[in-house]
Design a protein around this ligand. Sequence first.
Ligand code: SAM
Length: 275
Amino acid sequence: MTGTLYLVPTPIGNLGDISRRCAETLAAADFIAAEDTRVSVKLLNHLELKKPLVSYHEHNKKESGPRILERLLAGESCALVTDAGCPAISDPGEDLVRLCAQAGVPVCALPGPCAAITALSVSALPTGRFTFEGFLPAQKKERRERLERLKTEERTMLFYEAPHHLRGTLGELLEAFGPDRAVSLCRELTKLHEEVLRLTLEEALRYYEANEPRGEYVLVVAGAEPRTETVSLEQALALVQRLTDSGLRTKDAVKQVAEETGVSKNALYAAAVTG
Ligand code: SAM
């Protein structure tokens, strides 16, 4: 019988946030796959557990993933942990989950700490509909394109950011969304210096020009105001035409225009392919 891959969330700062079930799952697993074994050993020491550890991270996942899968297929159970929070959420793990799912290995996700959800709940921004953006792409061009697409996003947006990139990212967000857009800067959640600043993007940029960003951040950004003007199918088709003329595939052009105008994607696609 194959073993199970358990996705075990770990505290994002406060060790007290490890749940009893997560601790029991770590204790019961045949082995633990960890992003950084030195970090995970601290948690295991806290739980007074001694377990065999293997390393699974961004830079060895191509070799480590198949080795873990082999052991699961041979009947061992594995608990996957990362440095903090939910495995597979802006963390290594996504590929291992896919590998296991494809091979028919059961994957069991335990609920637990996640910086994005913790930040969203304390942000005081609308939580009913949100989009998790994680880290913006590292390349300038891709970042710009991503933010361009998000200009009309009406849902609350969640971004992860490291302190040394915070000022630059706030500047880019301001350029894309304007100075008055609300942002909740959630810093060092669950830790000693936990702080939530609820500002506009302009205020946030000014604040961090005067103060050094420190610690880990989730930026929760309010969505765009709902569109009031309505765009007709003909007008939307003309926009699609303009994008396909500039080299975009019809499918991508339709998706983009539908997102930007609110015109039904299916109706637009049908109209675009029938001419
Ligand atoms: N898998 C993790 C999760 O479930 O939240 C996220 C891992 S990602 C590599 C690390 C990023 O999460 C950090 O750069 C920061 O944006 C965010 N983060 C992690 N811990 C945090 C905390 N205590 N307070 C605020 N943000 C945090």
